[in-house]
Design a protein around this ligand. Structure first.
Ligand code: SF4
Ligand code: ZN
Ligand code: ZN
Length: 313
């Protein structure tokens, strides 16, 4: 079967995204060009001098670091890249994936900064689960990771944080927010770039998702064809109960029509674009305890509230 792009006689791949047949070289070029188009069309790197890549050693952030390193050189973005890895303190999981991140650092020649929950919050996820059990552990972990990324990006004087969220992740989040009836989050979750602060005093470092239109299956194929090392074991505390439902639902629909993933993302974006300006985001101020961004009326951020609620030693 010939490649549909270069007419070489041996197409190696049927793209999961649109079922086109491509040879390996054309698939790699198409994947990289599409990420470049996402960056251009959303303006996500406009004005960015130092971009902080949130990396975990998993496939998505490994591909993110690899592709951005290539595109930055190829298209002369002029952005300084930094790797930032957050160590949640989960024995047998994050310690293993950090070994992969260190390999990314030497393979790509991009400096890595490691920050741990224990140095930032005085707790590891292992110790938090020891105190509170496995119910709701991901709430602690998600809130602390957000705060840790923010802290790390501030320390590194980054202008923007890029994360490895892929199209499947975003579509799952859209479905989850629908199912929860959380329309405010539904509006925001498919934005390519979180809102940039208009004021001169920057409270949060904005975030972007350069892989948000890349299908998970294609990220796995891209990593495979480029022989990128990544860590694929799941976290031992992963319940994924609710996200798992959304995931199964979307995987089933993807078999019927792969475009459904992009349709979900575009739908949420259309909702955001059509919303009343005053209905979009809660107002952001500084947390009275830690100084990070906070949207609660009491002035204490979610991270500080969770830390204060942990049982004493
Ligand atoms: Fe943290 Fe939950 Fe993810 Fe494990 S599954 S790393 S506890 S958010
Ligand atoms: Zn080809
Ligand atoms: Zn706080």
């Amino acid at each position: 079967m010939p490649c549909e792009s270069c007419a070489s006689p041996s197409a190696a791949i049927i793209r999961p995204k649109d079922r086109s047949r491509l040879c390996k070289g054309c698939f790699i070029s198409a994947f990289e060009d599409e990420v470049h188009q996402t960056i251009l069309s959303t303006g996500m790197l406009r004005g960015v001098r130092r971009l902080i890549l949130g990396v975990s050693g998993g496939k998505d952030s490994t591909v993110l670091a690899h592709v951005l390193n290539i595109l930055n050189a190829r298209h002369k973005y002029g952005v300084e890249l930094c790797l930032l890895c957050i160590d949640e303190g989960i024995a047998g999981y994050r310690d293993k994936s950090i070994e992969v991140v260190k390999r990314n650092e030497s393979d790509l020649g991009i400096k890595l900064t490691l920050l741990s929950y224990s140095e930032l919050f005085g707790h590891t996820m292992d110790s938090i689960v020891g105190k509170t059990g496995t119910k709701g552990n991901c709430t602690y972990c998600g809130v602390f990771r957000r705060s840790a990324l923010e802290e790390g990006a501030g320390m590194l004087q980054g202008d923007m944080i890029a994360t490895g969220h892929n199209a499947d992740d975003v579509a799952e989040t859209v479905v989850m927010n629908y199912l929860r009836g959380d329309i405010a989050r539904l509006r925001r979750c498919a934005m390519a770039v979180s809102e940039r602060s208009e004021s001169s005093e920057r409270i949060t470092v904005p975030r972007c998702k350069p892989l948000m239109y890349a299908y998970e299956k294609e990220i796995v194929m891209y990593a495979f064809y480029n022989k990128l090392p990544y860590f694929s074991t799941e976290c031992k505390y992963s319940p994924h109960a609710f996200r798992g439902n959304a995931r199964t639902f979307i995987k089933g629909l993807e078999k019927v029509d792969p475009k459904i993933i992009l349709n979900l993302i575009r739908g949420a974006q259309a909702l955001e674009a059509s919303g009343r300006p005053d209905a979009r985001s809660p107002s952001i101020r500084r947390c009275l305890r830690c100084g990070h961004a906070c949207s609660s009326a009491q002035g204490i951020c979610k991270g500080c509230t969770l830390l204060e609620g942990l049982p004493a030693e």
